[in-house]
Design a protein around this ligand. Structure first.
Ligand code: SAM
Length: 251
């Protein structure tokens, strides 16, 4: 693992979430999906980080959840949190890349993925993961999304270089339809999910993070890049959010 990765883990491991989101919106997605909470379900949470959504799903559903992440350090935190929350018997963790998942065809009732599918790209993710879902099974994925049809140049330039698949919700829904899903619901995460739950807690960790890492050039560069993203969000938040996409696998 290279040093930048180690630093990113160091900055984000203590966060309750590693991306924008909030328990209330995770539950809102569950409600929109009209999931029967009493039914025994098999769920995968892909790119789970330290487990905010997996822990909530374990509490709210009668489910066995496989929480998948590339980084064992995040899964170790998740396992500790699952123990403390009394849901360890409902969650198993798997260190694995999301483009090489070991699930069988039609094994899962639900695929959940918050703030993570971009790592392999939304279109590749929804296309590849479909076969793991039972017919009628649900995909719930959050994805960075334009809220407006045109954007200020500075913002467009930044996100085009970060993630070339960024687009409006109608384009993402079209991709879901193209790959054999029927859309069930969509909403955009509100500002609180970015600032209150993710950016402000991260900013509060900057100082200790820099101290722990001797104010190295690499650590300072990571803080500067995160701060630049936060600044852009604060200026242009009318144009950008995470979209929450809920879709059912067609037959
Ligand atoms: N879902 C969590 C949340 O909302 O707090 C984490 C979101 S974080 C922005 C993205 C997560 O994807 C990280 O935990 C990262 O380790 C994981 N990740 C990155 N590339 C991955 C890959 N190829 N396979 C599996 N997980 C990956």
């Amino acid at each position: 693992m290279d040093d930048d990765y180690k630093l990113l883990i160091d900055l984000h491991k203590q966060g309750y979430r590693q991306g924008p989101g909030r328990d209330a919106e995770t539950e809102q997605a569950l409600n929109l999906a009209m999931i029967d909470r009493a039914a025994p379900l098999k769920v995968a949470d892909i790119g789970c980080g330290t487990g905010a959504s997996a822990l909530l799903l374990a509490r709210l559903l009668n489910a066995q959840i496989t929480a998948v992440d590339l980084l064992q350090d995040f899964l170790d935190v998740l396992n500790e949190r699952a123990e403390s929350a009394g849901v360890a018997d409902r969650i198993s963790t798997l260190a694995c890349s999301m483009d090489n998942l070991p699930f069988a065809n039609e094994e899962l009732d639900i695929i959940w993925s918050e703030g993570a599918i971009y790592n392999i790209g939304f279109e590749k993710g929804v296309a590849e993961w479909r076969r793991f879902l039972k017919a009628g099974g649900l995909l719930v994925a959050t994805e960075i999304t334009w809220l407006t049809d045109s954007r200020p140049a500075e913002l467009q330039k930044h996100w085009d270089s970060e993630y070339s698949e960024i687009d409006v919700a109608s384009a993402k829904i079209r991709i879901l339809e193209k790959h054999g899903y029927s859309p069930v619901g969509y909403f955009a995460l509100p500002e609180q999910c970015w600032l209150g739950q993710y950016y402000r807690p991260m900013q509060a960790r900057f100082e200790d993070f820099l101290k722990r890492n001797g104010h190295s050039e690499e650590a300072r560069a990571i803080v500067a890049a995160e701060q630049q993203e936060i600044d852009l969000y604060e200026i242009y938040k009318a144009h950008i959010s995470y979209g929450v996409y809920i879709a059912k696998r067609t037959e």
